[in-house]
Design a binder for this molecule. Sequence first.
Ligand code: SAM
Length: 361
Amino acid sequence: MCNSCLPRIPSDVDKMEAFAGQMISMLNQSALGNMVSIGHRTSLFDVLDTLEAATSTQIAKSAGLNERYVREWLGAMVSGKIVDYDPENNTYMLPAENALFLTRKSNEKNMAAIASILPIWSSVEDKIVGCFEKGGGVPYSEYGRFYEVMGEISNANVGVNLIDNILTKKPELMYQLKNGISVLDIGCGDGKILMELAKAFPNSQFTGIDLCKAPVESAKSHSAALKLNNIEFLEGDVLQHDFKSKFDFITTFDVIHDLAFPAKVLTKIFQLLKGDGQYLMMDIKASSQLENNKEHPFAPFLYTASTLHCMSVSLAQGGMGLGTVWGVEKANEMLTEAGFSKVEMESYEHDMLNSYYFCSK
Ligand SMILES: C[S@@+](CC[C@H](N)C(=O)[O-])C[C@H]1O[C@@H](n2cnc3c(N)ncnc32)[C@H](O)[C@@H]1O
């Protein structure tokens, strides 16, 4: 009898029971992820953060929401150990320790905002399953609210911290930005990060380019509402666009691993930079080797992001499908291949997910 015909009997009962527990926890935590997303979108966490112990009726009234839905959601929050419950008084309370990771005012610590990307990934599951069978990918246009959610997450992380916690550590660059330089952000999405820079450095000129129409339209109307006259947004593929001049400072935030042709874009960035210009690439902090990522606190999340979005949008364009977890080793290799002779990789305490590469010619 061949080995594959033999029934596979688990020999380690402790291991088997531990794994069963892990699977139950997985089901509960993934279900909870969807409820945390709803808590963010409905602002229920922000509302709970303003209340003392309150009944579901009081919470629903404060949030302007339907009580029956709020009460059921609270059931998931209490059993998921996110919200405390007092059965004697029928009241609920969000502990301050938990609120820190669930409310808008927490900016980059707000994991509820990050959770709101989970239903967007799930919404393309049928198409991704089709790709498992036939190859190819799912185009950006299928991802519904992706830009809105991505813009909110990256603004809460990068937009809020870029100047005060990152650029201030680069006095020469700060000096140039204050005096007036040209800046290009590639894959700018809905442009929130670039608008923060344009507001802070009125003497500099900012250009954002993105492949997709929806985020560029949003960026244009938002910057017009802010009356920013030192910023422009272009819709198009950075590889096809004919830029009329070179730039002093080029940025990409969470973009290179998404691209169809990342090596070509890095080479174009090198060509578009002035001789003494700088390129800042923010991208996922992980290793290129799977075995080094086993203890990475976000590894399953990142490989999932890749399968359900980043790798797939690249493959949908006939691209290489680099993947979210391309890793720092591969990133350094590709930056060197693009021509950069100096690459300084930095990490910041406020950002567990990303590495920041300051590159020059
Ligand atoms: C993960 S999103 C990041 C968006 C933005 N930088 C942020 O942090 O919110 C990647 C962006 O790259 C854009 N993109 C992908 N390929 C591109 C290309 N060839 N040229 C310009 N933009 C591109 C996508 O449309 C998408 O908005």
